[in-house]
Write a new protein. Structure first.
Length: 317
């Protein structure tokens, strides 16, 4: 077998020498064909570490030069010239050794200095050297570089609201529970507007608020509702309180949002109460500032019709 291997190597060198030209030597011709084998594998969707060939790729490359290499001969050449821990041939080194010194054996493998870098190519499966170890190490035999790249990215994880349990009837004494025209129940808890379907025990969620909802009103058509919330900080240092008008049939969007910023240094604190007019065109709002300011809006256009101080004592009988 060894003598036959020498004859095969001589044939390889002679064939490549006949194809060489002034612009392209034997090594360039051989490595170009090996590179084509890599590209061919990638085009078929087969993962191949860069710079390394399997025996099948090696044999197919020399078939292009009309040189038949058997499976046994390919394995013998891989053992003689050196392969990595996965049985793959570093073809740049093979070409150098084959064409520069046929009698020498390749005792080296591709070498990487230091560990894999996060977010970079991790397909290398040869010898790895690092400063704290005298001897090189190798990745596991089952190493998959694509999994390393995936692990370097943040996971696609999150939370999704499925069901809200409870009812804040003790704290929310304002109107906070309504039937819609299509037989569903709309109420609120914390910062979420909830539309409950008793027929199939499911909920839909309006999540246009960023803090606790304090009041709710329903439009005369019994589909549209308005909800008012507290300011994100009670001292007014954060966002002002606001109200949202939304449709129980499509909870993904807010139809109208109206904010109530501090007036004369006094925070509005929260929206105390809401009510639609009989024709549904206007919306009355009471805020939690010291004056209990009352506002009247054309809510669709967010046009303020009138505002004035409300009643600060006990509600009239």
């Amino acid at each position: 077998m060894l003598q036959h291997s020498h004859e095969l190597e001589a044939l390889m060198r002679a064939t490549l020498g006949a194809l060489a030209s002034f612009n392209e030597d034997e090594k360039m011709i051989l490595t170009r064909q090996f590179s084509k084998e890599e590209e061919r594998s990638l085009a078929r969707g087969e993962y191949s570490p860069p710079g390394l060939l399997s025996t099948d790729q090696f044999r197919h490359a020399f078939k292009k030069f009309s040189i038949r290499v058997t499976e046994e001969q390919a394995h013998a050449l891989f053992i003689k010239f050196g392969h990595d821990s996965q049985g793959l041939l570093p073809y740049h080194m093979f070409a150098t050794k084959l064409l520069s010194s046929p009698a020498r054996l390749l005792a080296l493998e591709p070498e990487q200095k230091g560990a894999y870098k996060a977010g970079r190519d991790a397909s290398f499966r040869g010898k790895i050297t690092y400063r704290y170890c005298r001897k090189p190490v190798f990745p596991p035999s089952t190493w998959d570089g694509s999994l390393a790249l995936r692990s370097a990215r943040k996971p696609k994880a999150g939370l999704q609201l499925e069901f809200v349990y409870g009812y804040a009837g003790k704290d929310n004494t304002a109107s906070n529970l309504f039937w819609t025209c299509d037989g569903r129940i709309v109420f609120y808890l914390a910062a979420v507007g909830i539309v409950y379907n008793p027929d199939n025990h499911t909920q839909a969620f309006f999540q246009g608020h960023d803090d606790d909802i304090r009041c709710m009103a329903i439009h005369p058509d019994r589909y549209i509702v308005a909800t008012g919330q507290v300011a994100s900080a009670l001292d007014g240092s954060a966002d002002a309180p606001y109200l949202c008008v939304w449709d129980t049939r499509d909870v993904s969007a807010c139809i109208t949002r109206i904010r109530f910023p501090a007036d004369g240094g006094q925070s509005s604190r929260f929206v105390v109460a809401l009510a639609f007019s009989g024709d549904g065109e206007r919306l009355v709002v009471v805020t939690g500032d010291n004056r209990h300011t009352t506002y009247i809006y054309h809510w669709r256009s967010r046009t303020l019709i009138h505002s004035d101080a409300g009643h600060t004592g006990q509600p009239p009988c």
